[in-house]
Design a binder for this molecule. Structure first.
Ligand SMILES: [Zn+2]
Length: 321
């Protein structure tokens, strides 16, 4: 693992010598020092049995999308992506962060949603635009690092930090430190603001959005912020660990994508999740680690996930040019 990390750093340092566009033009996956160096470290060699390779490595080393009609296949946390579209790394009102991860891919619907949220960030929040974190890999699927979900091109992480007024270099996008919206698991930081709440409400009201994950104090702030008769959109805003500097937007399965499986619809008793559900997240319960029983037999680790454990259509996604 250590050598992977140092290769990553070496690659990032080399990128720093070029302007953004030339750095990206230098992305030759055959070079150890390319920004995609880590993809080389785990690269599949011809003749390897693809059913014996871990799914994380198989999908985590894909550099190009599968030349197939666009389709989200499987579930958010177990699936893959055909015919992905790439969100351009620099738009009128967005910039993609952490380019070395090559995770700015999604269904055409997700790319359009991000473009829309970027416009809303300008109009509603008064920002220059959005900073976009992880979407999906070029062929979706499990990743070598990070998320369990984001596998089918319908999830995206959007930073709470407004886009700066200049086009950032690849190096800056790699190292930029985001603003933290929370001090701890119950308290907001001084960076939280009403224009962020307005933006989040608009995103939650979009009928194509299924869920939005935020850190618990942000959900609490939204419950206070919401006015008006219809507060049902609040049910989509779900408290969850680890969402301190970005929100995670998840789309419903687009119409016609029959291999895509929707998750259950959040229907909190109170219609908003501002009562019992939020109280649970403000209690110790979700944050407590169960004490392991020293006398319990060691659980046998599950065999690693391979292509065989993913929906059958994912084989065509790997085989496609
Ligand atoms: Zn996420």
């Amino acid at each position: 693992m250590h050598s992977v990390k140092s290769k990553f750093i070496a690659a990032a340092m080399i990128v720093a010598h070029f302007t953004l566009s030339s750095a990206w033009a230098q992305t030759d996956p055959a070079r150890e020092d390319s920004p995609l160096g880590s993809f080389i470290t785990h690269k599949i060699t011809p003749g390897e049995n693809i059913f014996k390779i871990t799914a994380r490595r198989l999908f985590g080393t894909q550099i190009k999308p599968a030349a197939l009609p666009a389709a989200a296949i499987g579930t958010y946390a177990l699936g893959c992506l055909a015919g992905a579209n790439q969100l351009p790394i620099t738009g009128d009102s967005w910039q993609v962060m952490r380019l070395s991860r090559n995770r700015n891919w999604g269904t055409p619907q997700l790319v359009r949603l991000i473009e829309k949220i970027a416009e809303q960030a300008k109009a509603t929040a008064g920002w220059n635009g959005l900073l976009v974190g992880d979407m999906a890999q070029p062929r979706g699927g499990p990743m070598l690092s990070g998320h369990a979900s984001h596998q089918i091109g319908l999830d995206a992480d959007i930073w709470w930090t407004p886009m700066p007024d200049h086009v950032m270099s690849a190096k800056e996008r790699e190292t930029y430190v985001p603003l933290e919206m929370v001090k701890d698991r119950t308290t907001l930081s001084e960076h939280w603001s009403e224009n962020r709440a307005k933006l989040l409400q608009e995103v939650a009201q979009n009928p194509d959005v299924a869920r939005i994950f935020v850190h618990p104090p942000i959900k609490a702030a939204m419950c206070k912020f919401a006015t008006g008769a219809d507060k049902t959109w609040l049910a989509k805003i779900r408290p969850y660990f680890g969402h301190t500097f970005h929100f995670h937007v998840r789309m419903k399965c687009p119409e016609g994508m029959s291999a895509c499986k929707n998750q259950w619809t959040p229907k909190p008793e109170d219609g908003t999740g501002c009562g019992k559900e939020l109280a649970y997240w403000f209690s110790d319960a979700p944050w407590r680690h169960p004490k392991p029983n020293p006398n319990a037999p060691k659980p046998k680790p599950a065999p690693p996930l391979t292509l065989a454990g993913l929906p059958a259509q994912c084989r065509a996604v790997i085989a496609a040019p």
